[in-house]
Write a protein that binds this ligand. Structure first.
Ligand code: GLU
Length: 506
């Protein structure tokens, strides 16, 4: 293994969005490509946003896709624990270090006090920020005397620890994908690092853990870019600048029309999932659809995600996970948002469905057939699947495309009947029975050739015969080539269907 160490660090605040799964994938691919280590760390220090079941959901999603962590929650490793709520004491200690070095301070302002400052600012059409300009007007260990501070702490007054962010600190930074990024120092404030509930905020825990877990590359979503100056400043304040990880902020995944970030609502509206697995909200009971339950193959899902923001620089679009592991490179990740195309997603699944071994598809189809009360031999199911898979995007499409192989029509599409069933059709079909009775061997090729030449010799209209024949075989105007269908069904079933059709429609 090389020295690269990357982590996927989701917060269990709900189901994992496909954007999050893509972050996991890119971290995983980077680790595989560089021979490094991929770590799963659960960032669950925000108790107000904790959602039961979300951590299991994340783990199951990764497992479904085959993105297996080398270290982390559920796997173990030499930097345990990997769940931040089990590392509380560590963060307390590191927050204390920053207070000792003067890089952080205790702040005792009550929610009411802060609120009144905000309102005052609003009244004069400005925004209150707790920063270098205002901190000395607030109640904190910088503005209060040492005695007052100690007294407040000893008397159990609630406090937070804030980072002392001084403008001019880290405002120009390097990002692997974006190059140099700079941030307007006016937007930077004294962020809370440690909360009154004894838990660190995301920023402190994230930086401390990335350092302690020897993370070499932080690969995460673009929404974390605004936090980068604070993180870089924290590395400096801790004296860890020399071993700071490199950063790569991935582009957003955009709505199909490119207008803004892809959201759950877009999925609901457009009828496509934005979550890897189905999710039932534990509070509202609301169900959100998942790629797995919608019939996507995990390989297709990964392939879709891989090309959202990354390209191989070639025409190739279909990649196995192994191929991605070889081809992936952060230098080919773009900074522009990547539009999600639901049709393209379906296309990928269609491609994977065409590539699956037919025996595997037949196995996946069997439960659907069983549910319909249908019994058929493996060989028959496989032949059917082979014949119609081209028309299917999902295993669940197979029935619509092939139900007529298993069940003879019990009714006939009235539209088609109107169009195709004429006065002389019953007579033609009776003749067709005779032709089919004489065909030997009863295979697709022989049936095709014989029927065609008979129709030709008798001067019949090819379309009239074939369309009517299809109606009797299938009940509608759809289906595969008739000789193929007849050969699979066999002579007896084929003739039965024609006879029954004549009987019903004459
Ligand atoms: N816990 C953060 C999240 O939920 C992690 C961000 C990061 O990777 O630094 O996305």
């Amino acid at each position: 293994m090389s020295g690269t160490r990357v982590r996927f660090a989701p917060s269990p605040t709900g189901p994992l969005h496909i954007g999050g799964l893509r972050t996991a994938l890119f971290n995983y691919l980077f680790a595989r490509k560089t021979g490094g280590t991929f770590i799963l760390r659960i960032e669950d220090t925000d108790q107000t946003r904790y959602v039961p079941g979300a951590e299991d959901y994340i783990i199951e999603s990764l497992k479904w896709c085959g993105i297996n962590p080398d270290e982390g929650v559920g796997v173990g490793g030499s930097f345990e624990p990997y769940r931040q709520s089990e590392r509380k004491e560590i963060y307390r200690e590191y927050a204390g270090r920053l207070v000792d070095s003067g890089d952080a301070y205790f702040a005792f302002d009550t929610p009411e006090e802060l609120d009144s400052r905000r309102k005052e600012a609003e009244a004069s059409k400005s925004v209150f920020t707790y920063d270098a300009a205002t901190r000395m007007e607030m109640r904190n260990s910088l503005s209060l005397s040492l005695e007052e501070t100690l007294h407040l702490i000893e008397s159990g007054a609630p406090y937070v620890i804030r980072f002392r962010f001084d403008p001019g600190d880290a405002v120009v930074m390097q990002d692997i994908i974006r190059g140099e990024v700079s941030v307007d120092p006016a937007t930077l404030d004294d962020k809370i690092l440690f909360k009154s509930d004894g838990m660190p905020t995301y920023h402190l825990a994230n930086v401390v853990d990335d350092h302690l877990m020897r993370i070499t590359h932080v690969i995460r979503g673009e929404e974390w870019l605004p936090s980068l100056p604070l993180h870089v400043s924290l590395y400096k304040a801790f004296g860890w600048k020399g071993s700071m990880p490199q950063f790569a902020h991935l582009p957003l995944i955009l709505k199909p029309n490119g207008q803004g970030k892809l959201s759950k609502r877009d999925g609901d509206k457009g009828g496509f999932p934005v979550f890897p697995l189905e999710w039932k909200d534990p509070f509202s009971g609301e169900i959100s659809s998942g790629y797995r339950e919608s019939g996507y193959f995990p390989e297709a899902c990964l392939n879709i995600l891989a090309l959202l923001g990354w390209n191989s620089g070639t025409e190739q679009e279909i990649f196995t996970l192994e191929e991605l592991e070889q081809a992936f490179d952060l230098s080919r990740v773009g900074k522009a948002g990547a539009k999600f195309d639901p049709e393209k997603a379906r296309w990928f699944n269609h491609q994977y469905l065409q590539q699956k071994p037919v025996a595997e598809l037949a196995e996946l189809y069997k439960p659907i057939l069983r549910e319909k009360g249908i019994q058929a031999s493996d060989a028959f199911i496989q032949q059917v699947v082979e014949m119609i898979r081209e028309r299917a995007h999902f295993v669940s499409d197979l029935w619509e495309q092939s139900g007529f192989f298993f069940i003879a029509p019990t009714s006939y599409d009235p539209e088609v009947v109107k169009k195709r069933w004429k006065e002389d059709t019953a007579g033609l079909m009776t003749e067709l029975i005779k032709i089919l009775e004489g065909i030997d061997p009863f295979d697709a090729e022989t049936i095709g050739e014989n029927v065609k030449s008979e129709i030709h010799d008798r001067g019949w209209n090819m379309g009239a015969v074939m369309n009517a024949w299809r109606l009797l075989m299938v009940g509608t105007s759809m289906g595969p080539s008739l000789p193929d269908l007849a050969a699979i069904l066999g002579r007896e079933e084929t003739l039965d269907r024609i006879r029954k059709g004549i009987e019903t429609l004459k």
